[in-house]
Design a protein around this ligand. Structure first.
Ligand SMILES: [Zn+2]
Length: 248
């Protein structure tokens, strides 16, 4: 990945970070969010597949392993974690009540696109997940939004954590979804957003709010996870910061 230091003027005004699940935006861009908020930028974290709160659908395998019995229970608990994480960063959390995989979506692609388009309308910058896009919810969402387009200023992609960290020994591969190949006629150029130690510390505090998720992501507060989370953050900082690629 190419590294570029210094503040990017695109992180100004109103910025919406589209998060497939209740943790992706903060895990991936927490330090960038803390830095932008400090400079007066309004940051909204828009989680699209934030579950259906009234759902009594039995919890899927992931949520069962996190201790939840139904989708609705996971919705309440995980939204509370997201609220706390966003509060630590000074960002505004917004949640859409669409089911994450493996639950019923509860809406068509048209309805999901339309809801995200209205929630991001007029934003100066919208950031979407962009690498490695291995989770089907991430790939489907980015493909949908790039194919249909959004009524906003600039659009950027972000490297998804901890998945991008797990790929650290490999160079970024070719664009993994068709929409990315279509919009990026040349290879994407990833740049790094440098952040101060204080911003990285704020990110750590925010990430730790996702208590139900950390252990299952191998980033728990005990054992090897404790070191893996800190190594991830150190590695990110050593490379120059969190990674974004600009599409416009
Ligand atoms: Zn996710």
């Amino acid at each position: 990945m190419k590294t570029s230091n210094g503040s990017d003027p695109r992180f100004a005004g109103r910025v919406v970070i589209v998060s497939p699940h209740l943790d992706d935006a903060v895990m991936s861009l927490g330090a960038t969010i803390a830095k932008a908020v400090q400079s007066g930028t309004r940051i909204e974290v828009l989680t699209v597949f934030a579950y259906k709160p009234a759902s009594s659908e039995p919890a899927g395998p992931w949520d069962t392993s996190c201790g939840y019995q139904t989708e609705g229970q996971a919705a309440d608990s995980r939204r509370a974690e997201d609220r706390q994480a966003c509060l630590a960063l000074g960002a505004e959390p917004h949640w859409m009540s669409f089911g994450a995989e493996p639950y019923q979506r509860g809406a068509s692609n048209d309805e999901i696109w339309s809801a995200v388009d209205s929630a991001t309308r007029g934003a100066d910058l919208v950031l979407l997940p962009g690498y490695p896009l291995e989770h089907p919810d991430h790939a489907e969402l980015t493909q949908l939004l790039l194919t249909r387009g959004l009524s906003c200023g600039a659009i950027g992609l972000y490297a998804e954590q901890p998945y991008s960290f797990d790929h650290r020994s490999k160079p970024p591969g070719p664009a993994p979804v068709r929409a990315l190949q279509a919009v990026a006629d040349k290879p994407l150029v990833w740049t790094r957003v440098n952040a101060s130690r204080a911003h990285r510390r704020t990110k750590l505090e925010a990430v730790r709010a996702y208590r139900s998720q950390l252990r299952h992501l191998g980033l728990g507060e005990s054992g090897i996870g404790f070191f893996r989370l800190r190594y991830l953050l150190w590695h990110e900082a050593a490379r120059g910061g969190e990674a974004v690629a600009w599409l416009s």
